[in-house]
Ligand binder design. Sequence first.
Ligand code: PCA
Length: 187
Amino acid sequence: MKTVLITCFEPFENRPTNASTEAVRQLPDRIGQWDIRKLQLPVVYGQAPQKAIVCAKEIGAELILCVGEAGGREDVTVEQIGINLRAARIADNAGRQPENEPCVTGGADGLFATIPVADAVKTLQKEGLPVRVSYTAGTFICNDVLYSVLHTFAGTDIRCGFVHVPAYGDTALSAACLLRLLQYLTD
Ligand code: PCA
């Protein structure tokens, strides 16, 4: 049995729900030979990636797929890169609002996702799913998680990626895209 860790986020910015949690909730607990473990992360710089990293190590995850919501996007977007920068438009859920600091001191400026982003997106698009590649995960908590997870598992066989689902979209459709992506990545 292999294990995938899939993370989502708690609500933030005074909203009652987070579309990533709504979508991840609809995923099964198993796909083929893979155990799907779900974890909700706080929208807090540093704490979110730390919680994901500790859990991934604990459960021996071979694949880590993190999911967040994106306010201005209509498609499900698979992130290509995490950057080593925290710059917040709003305070996180612990009240911190860094303007310009690294996610990881001394880390590389940017790190590419270690899932096959372009191939996966092409495959899902051919099936008619509303999925595309994104070249920025922003500079808030989603990027903090993507960058820090990539930094931590760099040089290992553990593959890491990040998906933004539309904040105001159909979470059942987002869940269908996530499920298909997981199937593709665990095949
Ligand atoms: N979206 C935010 C943080 C949590 C979430 O779901 C982001 O894009 O950084």
